[in-house]
Ligand binder design. Structure first.
Ligand code: HEM
Length: 195
């Protein structure tokens, strides 16, 4: 037994080809309630694309030319769509009781994604490289100290904030989304409540 064979076995045990790339869906999935997860997913992809383009020029360039301002705005509005989609997704999944039938792990990974998304948002607001972000950094520093994590996360350290926002958190959220989608495909959509 090596890592490849155990990965192959785990995948075969948990995911059929029809699970991974479904061609048919239960009829109750034909509803707007199932669009919000996809909204969050698509706006996350847009965040990554606009974020990578912003990163190409470093942390200041986008304030001083029209291409940069356009990308900065596209990144900002993707955040709004992401959180609007996420709240609608969370609420619909709550009222559908979508954690039933052993789907608690999907729910819990979702909850961790929500928390990681909020933390990523905070590091984004700290990275605006303007007076606003300096104000937020000095205020948030006190909150981090009060929470006892001021020594490992310093909101006034632009280098740390930049790495967290542009490298660490996108990888964490991206990996979490991967696990979330794997669990959803493995378990298939939850059945509606019986009347
Ligand atoms: C980055 C954030 C998230 C993304 C990209 C995402 C994406 C998705 C997608 C595409 C689906 C399948 C379509 C659907 O049922 O809507 C789904 C299902 C699900 N999501 Fe999320 N989600 C996120 C966060 C959350 C949060 C915050 C929760 C709850 C705390 C959650 C709970 C669930 C559950 C329980 C299901 C399974 C639904 C079922 O079995 O019918 N998700 N998610």
């Amino acid at each position: 037994m090596n890592l490849t064979t155990s990965a192959q076995r785990a995948l075969k045990r948990n995911l059929t080809l029809e699970d991974a790339l479904p061609t048919r869906m239960p009829v109750y999935v034909d509803s707007v309630a199932y669009l919000f997860g996809a909204t969050a997913l698509m706006s996350f992809l847009l965040l990554v694309v606009t974020g990578v383009l912003l990163a190409l020029g470093g942390p200041f360039w986008y304030h001083t030319n029209s291409v940069g301002r356009f990308l900065d705005d596209a990144h900002f509005w993707s955040v709004q769509v992401f959180f609007a989609g996420l709240i609608a997704h969370l609420a619909t999944k709550f009222f559908l009781g979508a954690w039933r039938g052993g789907r608690w792990a999907t729910w819990m990974v979702g909850a961790l994604l929500f928390a990681s998304g909020i933390f990523t948002g905070l590091t984004g607001y700290l990275l605006q490289t303007n007076w606003d972000s300096q104000w937020i950094a000095t205020q948030a520093k006190d909150a981090m100290n009060a929470a006892g994590i001021g020594a490992i996360f310093n909101t006034m350290d632009v280098g740390q904030v930049l790495m967290l926002h542009a490298v660490v958190m996108p990888l964490v959220v991206g990996a979490g989304i991967g696990v979330h989608l794997f669990l959803i495909r493995r378990d298939s959509p939850v059945r509606p409540y019986e009347d």
